[in-house]
Ligand binder design. Structure first.
Ligand SMILES: [Zn+2]
Length: 304
């Protein structure tokens, strides 16, 4: 081989192998995945008597565009809209807020292209009205909205924050907790799955972070929704079983990739077996809203 070709080959390997490894590699492994059993979720959804939620809403508070493959390994370089969003279940029992958006100061630090204080104000108002507040995980773009509330001390007691979301890992410990907050709040402990309201079930899904969980809801009219959090950042994550790129998942987040794959397989299977289930990815309002929007979801929280 001529020297010139050897050099070219060496360059290809030097650039190509890390490129593949860091941005494209998406081998989910042969394992069967984790278990999410719809019968058990439905049973738990019935375990607290009372009226089930009647409405689901998703509120985007800000966004940025990033190359798809960063959050959906092998998903191409085309930029995807990544929305920072909160969820809301409402009905006669009361409202449940799922993730609290962002504080304005944190949105700037996160490099969002757009942050809408008027939209965040709707989320803040919902947290103040809510009977319960839960978080899909202990990242700033999910829990920051609560921590930055000026009236945090009044609102926080309604939040069910798990021990892993509160302390003991670099994410929880790095959050801007108000002074004395963690000492005064009692962590919400459960193992596996637990109902927190009529029709509403928390599912522990550690992997993306130690405190990651999903929220399953069975509505009064029989519709079912699953807030998947950042285990599935984008809709393609769970539909195609694609984890984050290693650049983001391994190097930046330090997540348990095998566990994330196991949960993605579980969500994928749950949806295949129950095609009516509305799966709400952590940051993908675009796919939820514009491709084939599930009936009856609002994309705005009530005005404060
Ligand atoms: Zn997130």
């Amino acid at each position: 081989m001529k020297r010139r070709y050897k050099l070219l080959l060496a360059l290809l390997v030097l650039i190509g192998v890390p490129y593949y490894w860091l941005l494209i590699d998406n081998r989910p492994g042969d394992g069967p995945g984790a278990q999410l059993d719809i019968a058990e979720l439905r049973r738990l959804a019935e375990s607290i008597p009372g009226p089930k939620p009647e409405a689901v809403a998703v509120q985007t508070v800000g966004w940025r565009r990033v190359p798809g493959t960063l959050f959906v390994a092998g998903g191409g370089l085309k930029r995807n809209l990544l929305t920072i969003q909160a969820g809301l279940l409402s009905g006669p029992w009361g409202e449940i807020v799922i993730d609290g958006g962002f504080g304005a100061q944190d949105a700037e630090e996160f490099g969002l292209e757009a942050f809408r204080p008027d939209h965040q104000a709707r989320v803040d108002a919902a947290m103040r009205r809510a009977r319960r507040i839960v978080f899909t995980h202990e990242h700033l773009d999910h829990i920051g909205g609560l921590l930055r509330l000026p009236d945090f001390a009044q609102v926080a007691p309604k939040a069910l924050i798990t021990p892993e979301q509160m302390r003991g890992n670099r994410w929880a410990d790095g959050l801007p907790w108000p002074r004395g907050a963690r000492e005064s709040l009692r962590a919400f402990r459960y193992s596996g799955m637990t109902a927190i309201a009529p029709g509403v079930v928390l599912i522990r899904t550690p992997g993306h972070t130690p405190g990651s969980q999903m929220v399953y809801a069975r509505l009064a009219d029989g519709r079912e929704a699953l807030f998947a959090g950042d285990t599935a950042t984008m809709e393609r994550s769970w539909r195609q079983v694609r984890a984050r790129s290693r650049l983001v998942g391994d190097l930046m987040v330090g997540e348990d990739r095998a566990a994330v794959f196991a949960w993605l397989k579980a969500v994928n299977r749950l949806h295949r077996e129950n095609p009516e289930l509305i799966v709400i990815a952590g940051h993908d309002e675009e796919a939820l809203r514009f491709a084939k929007p599930p009936p009856g979801i609002a994309f705005e929280f009530p005005a404060p």
